[in-house]
Design a protein around this ligand. Structure first.
Ligand code: ARG
Length: 589
């Protein structure tokens, strides 16, 4: 089903054509002066130059064509040449009735489906998750769901950091503690134990200890680097140990992501692209793109239009070691080979922007992908700060333990809802977990990704204002009215929505009709915040509607059925929207 704005545009474009002008001029948009009209067309202004005619003459001719059109209750020319439009209430009602039967609630699929690799999450094995990883997971998951809803094929890849120094550090520490483990026996090349020699809590203790020693003890650091190199060269014992570290970490990560309702199609990591590196490096050298500079192999990526210095992309360090850039480049080759993506989107901390600028430029310059074949996109997000304005820390002052964060927020919701005597304690805990997740995700997603924001527990869990719980509450309230209505009128037939009466009702209908616009904006700009803004507006319109209409006491059964049908439609739209954001409402709260 076409979006309302497109239906209106189609009609106005036709009118431009009939009036003798280029139909393209007839594109309409939501009015930026809602006090004057609902939709507007500014095409006559652009047409003035084209036809050497005063814009108001063009607009008037078009408006004359539109006179009496059942789509509009108002189509007027406003000097110097705008066309202001209001949709007829009957037309809006008809649209609502169609939306009730449209499973997509007015959001069309894209006609040209793309293949998208989405690189998000990005945790590092054996290292604790930090807030940056939380944001990447939340934003990435929503971008994924939105793109899929639009009909695109999205492959979500967690892209583990599984190849770095942290592994060498853990191996070094383990060797110190348990030198007799078979992994350190240089004569042994196979048949290593199936069971890992550590648990996730062991790893959580070992890694920080090793990382600390590595910072202060030069000999220890050298050993950890040597262990990393040995692993990367393929030492069988180290490889076996490494696999254990990955398995233990990954099952813990999966458990955490599941709690966040975030899931990945691929659990690939930096290690997976290693086989592609040697040939890539050779090719870059052979093509003359990569050259030696102070012993290191680099590719120049500075462009004339740059206003800042963009340092060369480092392919190999002077000791021959591959870099973060190298892995990201080789991963592009791998993804190109496996999926031929039209787009690769990276959801990563915005402080890594320069890294990606260099990687993308190198990838295009060296022909790993072509500019019109694959668009490489960076969605950089800002930092989640504490109330002190510094990167968020948990209550014990440490880096984020996701479980604690989720629990803190659920507890805060629980405390607020305690007076509720309609729910058992168990239900209340369940509800608090759901609403808590909505609080965290909405608190994050309602900001433009690139902006920093303050994690303010009290504000995030408030039931009023622009918060997740407010949206949840709006949805639960509808569910409860629907139930009350159905209990009182078991035979009532829902589904016929009457024309809106008054401004507030019309606003509610118009807002319902704009779901497709919100999805399109969010998709086009990789910006779930557009969808948050939309559901906040919709919830506000709904609450204004309640304030004006007493649904349960309405005496006219046709009106009452229409009101109930409208709020049911709002609920369906909100359910779609919050699912695209990555959470869901409880039945009651
Ligand atoms: N593991 C990296 C980090 O913690 C993030 C990875 C982002 N993705 C990528 N393709 N570089 O900083």
């Amino acid at each position: 089903m076409k979006k309302l704005v497109d239906q209106i545009s189609a009609r106005v474009m036709e009118a431009f054509e009939i009036a003798g002008f280029d139909p393209e001029l007839g594109r309409c948009a939501v009015s930026n002066r809602p006090d004057l009209c609902q939709y507007q067309c500014n095409g006559a202004m652009a047409g003035a130059k084209l036809y050497r005619k005063a814009p108001f003459l063009i607009a008037q001719k078009v408006v004359d064509v539109l006179a009496g059109d059942p789509m509009f209750s108002k189509a007027e020319m406003v000097r110097p040449g705008f066309i202001n439009l209001d949709v007829a209430p009957e037309y809006l009602a008809e649209l609502m009735n169609q939306l009730e039967n449209d499973p997509r609630k007015g959001s069309e699929m894209d006609s040209d489906p793309k293949t998208i690799v989405l690189d998000y999450g990005g945790p590092n094995v054996a290292k604790p998750l930090h807030v940056g990883h939380l944001r990447s997971a939340i934003i990435g998951e929503s971008i994924k769901r939105i793109a899929r809803f639009k009909g695109h094929t999205v492959i979500g890849d967690v892209h583990l950091g599984d190849w770095g120094l942290q592994i060498g550090q853990i191996i070094t520490e383990l060797k110190l503690r348990q030198p007799d483990l078979p992994y350190f026996d240089e004569t042994k090349t196979e048949d290593f134990p199936e069971e890992p020699p550590f648990s996730i809590s062991d790893l959580e203790e070992i890694y920080p200890c090793a990382s600390k020693k590595s910072k202060t003890d030069e000999a220890y650091k050298a050993e950890a680097q040597a262990a990393t190199a040995k692993l990367q060269e393929g030492n069988p014992g180290y490889r076996a140990l490494w696999r254990h570290i990955i398995n233990v970490s990954v099952s813990d990560l999966k458990r955490n992501y599941e709690k966040l309702d975030v899931s990945f199609d691929l659990w690939k990591g930096e290690s997976d692209c290693q086989p592609f590196i040697p040939a890539m490096v050779e090719q870059m050298k052979a093509d003359g793109h990569a050259y030696l500079s102070d012993g290191a192999l680099v590719v120049d990526v500075q462009e004339e239009s740059d206003t800042r210095e963009v340092p060369p992309c480092l392919i190999l360090k002077s000791d021959g070691a591959a870099q973060y850039e190298t892995t990201d480049l080789a991963t592009i080759i791998q993804r190109e080979q496996d999926y031929h993506p039209d787009r690769i989107i990276y959801v990563v901390d915005k402080r890594q922007e320069l890294h990606f600028v260099r990687v993308f430029r190198t990838a295009y310059k060296t022909g790993l992908v072509s500019k019109d074949g694959c668009s490489l996109e960076f969605v950089g997000f800002g930092t989640m700060n504490g109330k002190d304005g510094k990167p968020f820390k948990t209550r014990d002052g440490g880096v984020l333990r996701l479980e604690y964060l989720l629990k803190d927020v659920a507890d805060a919701v629980y405390e607020k809802s305690k007076g509720n005597d309609t729910l058992s304690d168990e239900e209340l805990h369940d509800v608090s977990t759901k609403v808590g997740l909505a609080a965290i995700k909405y608190g994050d997603l309602s900001n433009q990704p690139s902006k920093d924001y303050i994690f303010d527990l009290n504000r995030f869990v408030a039931f009023e204002g622009n918060t997740g719980p407010y949206i949840m509450y709006s949805m639960v309230r509808i569910k409860s009215i629907l139930k009350k209505f159905q209990d009182a009128n078991p035979d009532a037939v829902l589904g016929t929505i009457l024309p809106p009466v008054g401004q507030k009702e019309a606003d509610l209908y118009l807002t319902i009709a704009r779901f497709g616009d919100a999805v399109d904006d969010a998709y086009a700009q990789n910006a779930p915040n557009r969808l948050c803004r939309y559901i906040y507006d919709l919830s506000n319109c709904l609450n204004q509607f309640y304030a004006e209409r007493n649904i349960m006491k309405e005496a006219d059964p046709a009106k009452q059925a229409s009101y109930v049908s409208v709020i049911r439609l709002v609920l369906e739209v909100l359910e779609k929207a919050v699912d695209l954001l990555g959470f869901e409402a409880p039945e009651r709260m």
